[in-house]
Design a protein. Structure first.
Length: 46
């Protein structure tokens, strides 16, 4: 999980960017984002 966390923060410094990235790279980063922001449900509902 630590790998996921640093990988995400390294590529996406902005949460808004991350939300947009989910749309384009959902297949690639779905697990990373899911596990990294498991507690932040707003990312999925937005």
């Amino acid at each position: 999980m630590g790998l996921f966390l640093w990988q995400t923060s390294e590529k996406f410094h902005n949460r808004e960017s991350m939300k947009n990235t989910i749309i384009f790279e959902s297949e690639k980063h779905l697990l990373i984002i899911f596990y990294s922001f498991e507690g932040n449900k707003s990312i999925y509902s937005g």
